[in-house]
Ligand binder design. Sequence first.
Ligand SMILES: [Zn+2]
Length: 82
Amino acid sequence: MPLYDFRCRSCHHEFEALVRGGDTPRCPACGGADLERLLSTFALNTDERRQAAARDSRKRQIRANRDKVIADEEYRQKHDKE
Ligand SMILES: [Zn+2]
């Protein structure tokens, strides 16, 4: 059973819903049926998902490294002054 992301056009509530056959889900917030189907992360194939994950972890590493460099620099400056 496919799981889709929807956005309600009436109240802009976003939610996930399982869609069976020709069923149209209803907005759980306002009960409206005027829904826009969003591109779900499930639509990504495994290659794209792996690349996205690799990009994320690289970004995290760069950020962690920059924090360390800044911390080292602050430490050095504090000790130079004393
Ligand atoms: Zn709604």
